[in-house]
Design a protein around this ligand. Structure first.
Ligand SMILES: [Zn+2]
Length: 649
C-alpha cells in the first residue's frame, strides 16, 4: 500500500517520496485549494470525470467521480470524489499520484500478457486486459496490464508488467462473506412469501420476481458443479432453463425460498431507506445462483473449492451473488447461507459498492468494503423486523449467526467472535485475506454500532452516547451517503471517518459519529502518523543479517511527522489467539533498540528508518507483535500511534 499523507487545509501539496497525495477535505480552505487543482487537471486530462451521481438522500447534492490518468493511461487507485451543491464544492476525498515517470508504450500486447498468464498459470482470463500505471509498494510505478482471471476457485486480479510479463502484484477480487470457510447451525423452518412468476413454457412457476421495478431472479444449478464453473469462468451463460422452478407453486426448497425472498427484502430496504433503485440506482437486474455445489459431495470437490459451501460471494462479471448450500454435518456446522438475511443483504451490498465507490478489495479500502456490506446486512434486518415482515429470527449485530453457531462477525463485541478487532490499534497487518479485510472491517462496523447503540469501547475505554435505536436511520443514512456517494475507491478508514461525520450533517448526528470513531481509534490525522515497514526477524543488531536462531523483531519507521515529541515507546507480543503474552517498554529489561541506552525521552522528531527491536527469546514462534509510540504533536495533542498487529515472521 502506498504511503499516504492526509492533506487538509494549509497542507494541500504535502508530498512523500512515492508521490501519493491523499485528501479528505471538508473545510472551506482545503476544498477551495483542491477544487482549483481538480479543475486544472480536468483541463489537462490528468483527471477525467467518470460519472456524476445525484444524491438520493440529500436533495440538490451531486457527487462527481474522477479518475487519474497518466498520458491517457489510467492510474490504478488514483481517484477523487467531489461533492457539490449548486456548483459549490463541499467535500473532496481521494488519492492522486504525482511524479509518475513511466512511459505508456507497452512492449507486450494485451493478448501477449493474457496468453502468458494462461500458459504459465493455467488460469481462465475472464475480462479483457487493461493497461494501467500501477503504483508499487516500493514507491515506484510500473506500466502494467490488469487482468482478472478465474483461478482455482478464486477470482484473482493480476498486474502484469507490460514490458517483461512479470507479475507485479495480485490479489483476490472475489467479494465474499468470509475469508475462510466456516460453520453454521440449522435452517429456520419458517414460511415466507416469495414473489414468483408463472412460466409460460412449462405451465409451472419460476423464481422470477416481476413485482418490483428491478427483475429479481434465482437460478438453481441443481448441484451441477461444472455448469457453475462454466458460468464463473465465462465460458457459458445462464439461461431461462436455469431459473429455479416449482410445478405447483408450493416452494419447498429452503435455499431457493430464502435467497429469493431476501433479495426482494434487500431491494425494499435500499429503496425505502436510501432512495436507491436497486444495486446501481437504475434498477438493473438482481440475481442469485444457488445449489452450485452439493454438501454431500464435499470430499469429491477440489480442496480449494470446498470453502465455497460455507461462504457466499458477489460476482461482478455476471452480476450475480453465489450462495453456498452449507456443509455436511460430518465436516462442520454450517447450514445453507441463504437462511441468513444479513448474508444475502451483505452480498447484494457488494453490488452497490461495485456500482458506486468500487472500494479496492485490499487493505483498508477492502476492510471498508466489507464493513459496508455488514452495515447494510444488519441494517436490513432491523428495518424488516421493525416492519413486522416476518423475519424468522431476532435482528441483531451478528453476521450469519443463524447458519453457524457464533456467526462470522459481531459488530457489538467484535473480539467475542473469531478475535476480530474493536479498535484501530488492534488491526491486523499481513497478506492473508487481502490484508485481513474480513478482520479489520469490524473496527468500522463497531463504530457504526456505537453510534447507534452507544457504549464503551473495550480497548480505549471511551464511551459513546449513541443516538439510540429509534434514530438508527440517521446513522444508517450518514454511513450510506459517505460510502455510496462520497468515498473514492482508494479510501482509508481516516477518510471514512471524515466522510461519515460530514454526511451526518449538523443535527448532533455528526458529533455522535465523531465520538464513535474516536472510541475505535480512527483519527482525523491517521496518515500524518507513522508508516512502518513490515516486521522483520533478524539478529540482535538492527539492520543486521537474518539469524534464525535469534528471535529478535524490528519495526522500521519509514516516514513520520516532525514536531512530534516522543514520550514513550512500547511493544507487545500476542499469541495466535491474540492473548497478550509479553510487554516491552523502551529502557526496561528485554527491550533493546538501535539507539542504545542513552535514549532519554522526549525526542523532538521521528526520523526515517528508525529501528526498534525487541527480544522475544523464549517467546512464541507464531502469533503477533505490535508497537506503539506515544507523544505530543506540536498542536499540543497527545497521541498514541500504533502499528497494526503483524504476524510473527
Ligand atoms: Zn463480503
Amino acid at each position: 500500500m502506498p504511503i499516504l499523507v492526509l492533506v487538509t487545509a494549509g497542507y494541500a501539496f504535502a508530498q512523500v517520496p512515492n508521490g501519493a497525495m491523499a485528501v479528505a477535505a471538508v473545510d472551506a480552505q482545503g476544498v477551495r485549494t483542491w477544487d482549483e487543482s481538480i479543475d486544472s487537471w480536468l483541463r489537462t486530462g490528468e483527471v477525467q470525470r467518470t460519472r456524476v451521481v445525484t444524491d438520493t438522500i440529500v436533495s440538490g447534492r451531486t457527487h462527481e467521480h474522477l479518475s487519474q490518468y497518466h498520458r491517457g493511461v489510467p492510474v490504478f487507485g488514483g481517484a477523487l470524489t467531489r461533492q457539490q451543491a449548486e456548483g459549490l464544492t463541499l467535500s473532496v476525498f481521494g488519492t492522486v499520484y504525482r511524479g509518475i515517470d513511466v512511459g505508456t508504450v507497452a512492449t507486450l500486447s494485451a493478448a501477449d500478457a493474457s496468453n502468458r498468464l494462461t500458459q504459465t498459470l493455467g488460469v481462465d482470463v475472464i475480462a479483457s486486459p487493461e493497461l494501467v500505471v500501477f503504483p508499487r509498494d516500493d514507491g515506484g510505478y510500473s506500466l502494467a496490464y490488469t487482468i482478472d482471471a478465474w483461478s482455482s476457485g478464486d477470482l484473482v486480479e493480476y498486474f502484469i508488467d507490460a514490458h517483461t510479463g512479470v507479475i507485479v502484484h495480485r490479489y483476490s477480487n472475489l467479494w465474499t462473506q468470509e475469508g475462510i470457510s466456516a460453520r453454521g447451525t440449522g435452517v429456520q423452518g419458517d414460511t415466507k412469501k416469495v414473489s414468483v412468476s408463472s412460466s409460460p413454457g412449462s405451465g409451472g412457476f419460476v423464481a422470477e420476481d416481476r413485482q418490483r421495478p428491478a427483475s429479481i431472479t434465482t437460478f438453481d444449478l441443481g448441484f451441477d458443479f461444472y455448469r457453475g464453473l462454466a458460468v464463473l469462468n465465462g465460458s457459458s451463460g445462464l439461461s431461462s432453463a436455469d431459473v429455479a422452478s416449482d410445478s405447483d407453486n408450493l416452494w419447498t426448497d429452503p435455499t431457493t425460498v430464502d435467497a429469493h425472498a431476501y433479495m426482494g427484502w434487500t431491494y425494499d430496504y435500499l429503496y425505502e431507506r436510501f432512495g436507491m433503485s436497486g444495486l446501481d440506482g437504475r434498477n438493473t437486474r438482481i440475481r442469485a445462483m444457488v445449489h452450485w455445489m452439493n454438501p454431500n459431495l464435499y470430499w469429491s470437490y477440489p480442496p480449494e473449492y470446498r470453502g465455497h459451501l460455507c461462504n457466499a460471494f458477489y460476482y461482478a462479471y455476471v452480476d450475480i451473488i453465489v450462495i453456498g448450500s452449507g456443509l455436511p454435518s460430518s465436516v462442520g456446522a454450517c447450514n445453507s447461507l441463504a437462511g441468513a438475511f444479513d448474508v444475502v443483504a451483505h452480498e447484494l451490498a457488494h453490488g452497490v459498492t461495485r456500482n458506486s465507490s468500487n472500494l479496492i478489495y485490499e487493505g483498508e479500502s477492502g476492510a471498508l468494503n466489507e464493513a459496508f456490506s455488514d452495515i447494510i446486512g444488519v441494517g436490513a434486518e432491523f428495518f424488516h423486523e421493525a416492519r413486522g415482515n416476518g423475519l424468522p429470527y431476532p435482528a441483531n449485530y451478528t453476521l450469519a449467526e443463524t447458519v453457524r453457531p457464533d456467526g462470522f462477525r459481531d459488530m457489538a463485541e467484535p473480539e467475542n467472535v473469531r478475535y476480530k478487532p474493536n479498535h484501530y490499534s488492534a488491526r491486523r497487518i499481513g497478506t492473508a485475506d487481502n490484508g485481513y479485510v474480513h478482520t479489520n472491517s469490524t473496527i468500522v462496523s463497531h463504530a457504526f454500532y456505537l453510534a447507534i447503540e452507544g457504549g464503551e469501547n473495550r480497548t480505549s475505554g471511551l464511551s459513546v452516547q449513541g443516538v439510540g435505536p429509534g434514530r438508527r436511520a440517521d446513522i444508517e443514512q450518514a454511513f450510506f451517503r459517505a460510502f455510496v456517494y462520497m468515498l473514492p475507491e482508494n479510501a482509508t478508514m481516516s477518510m471514512a471517518r471524515a466522510a461519515t461525520i460530514s454526511a451526518g450533517g449538523t443535527s448532533g448526528v455528526a458529533d455522535v459519529i465523531r465520538d464513535a470513531w474516536d472510541a475505535v481509534g480512527v483519527n482525523a490525522n491517521q496518515e500524518v502518523a507513522i508508516e512502518y515497514e513490515h516486521l522483520r526477524k533478524q539478529n540482535s543488531s538492527c539492520g543486521g543479517e537474518l539469524d534464525p536462531d535469534n528471535l529478535f523483531y524490528t519495526v522500521n519507521i519509514t516516514t513520520g511527522p516532525t514536531g512530534f515529541s516522543v514520550t514513550r515507546e512500547t511493544g507487545a507480543v500476542y499469541s495466535s489467539s491474540l492473548e497478550r503474552l509479553s510487554f516491552f517498554e523502551k529502557g526496561a529489561a528485554g527491550f533493546e533498540d538501535a539507539y542504545g541506552q542513552s535514549y532519554i525521552p522526549p525526542e523532538t522528531s521521528i526520523s526515517s528508518n528508525r529501528c526498534w527491536q525487541a527480544s522475544n527469546t523464549g517467546g512464541p514462534s507464531d502469533g503477533y507483535i505490535q508497537r506503539q509510540v506515544t507523544g505530543v504533536h506540536t498542536s499540543g495533542e497527545q497521541v498514541t500511534h500504533y502499528t497494526g498487529r503483524y504476524p510473527l515472521p
